[in-house]
Design a protein around this ligand. Structure first.
Ligand code: GRF
Length: 203
């Protein structure tokens, strides 16, 4: 059994998708902790309903980023966390956490990386006029939306699309492929080779 921490700052629909898959027991993992940096985030309510422990970071409680990250690491160690899942966590992690959990932090991005990095990827792709966008799950390194790619799935943009419709289709794909990527990680089927990730078929 692997122990998972999810980091999120907002609505938490990906958090919910992961919790739901886990509850159906298709993921051999314990979701032990939610780390959240936004006291108004709906994900806090989702964690409360799912009875998952929460670490709420309030920046005024910490002298600087380093001390807030030391607090995060203390909590991750106390819960014996094996895997960190970023799901709409709106701040960059520094080397302090990334080096401690090297190769054990995943992120989901709502575009086909390396296109449309950053916080407004769905809108950026829509406004740019690309015909195809999608979803990427990748390992996290110290650069934003940059680490080795685990899974990607394309989503077509139709002429009749509105931003809202596109967002809904992207989120649907996210809720499908993030649990898949987590499953691949916890069953030991991912190997990082430089920029590439070898994905073995689960036995
Ligand atoms: C998702 O679109 C994810 O790809 C991005 O942030 C969004 C989080 O959405 N990193 P939610 O909070 O999981 O609903």
């Amino acid at each position: 059994m692997k122990n998972i921490a999810v980091f999120a700052s907002g609505n938490g629909s990906n958090f919910q998708a992961i919790v739901d898959v886990f509850r159906k027991n298709t993921l051999k993992a314990n979701i032990k902790l939610l780390v959240c940096d936004n006291p108004n985030a709906f994900v806090l309510e989702r964690a409360r309903r799912a009875k998952i422990k929460t670490l709420l970071l309030k920046s005024k409680d910490y002298a600087d980023k380093k001390s807030s990250e030391e607090e995060i690491v203390r909590n991750l160690e106390a819960e014996k966390i094996d895997l960190v899942i970023l799901a709409g966590f709106m701040r960059m992690l520094s080397g302090h956490i990334i080096s401690r959990y090297q190769g054990k932090i995943l992120n989901i991005h709502p575009a086909l990386l390396p296109a449309f990095k950053g916080a407004s990827a769905i809108k950026d792709a829509f406004d740019y006029g690309v015909k195809m966008t999608g979803v990427t799950v990748h390992f996290v390194d110290e650069k934003m939306d940059n680490g080795p790619i685990i899974l990607q799935e394309a989503v077509k943009i139709k002429e009749s699309d509105t931003l809202k419709k596109l967002e809904e289709r992207i989120h649907k794909v996210e809720h499908k492929i993030y649990p898949q990527a987590i499953q691949l990680f916890i069953s030991g089927n991912l190997r990082i080779r430089g920029r590439k990730v070898e994905v073995r078929k689960p036995r």
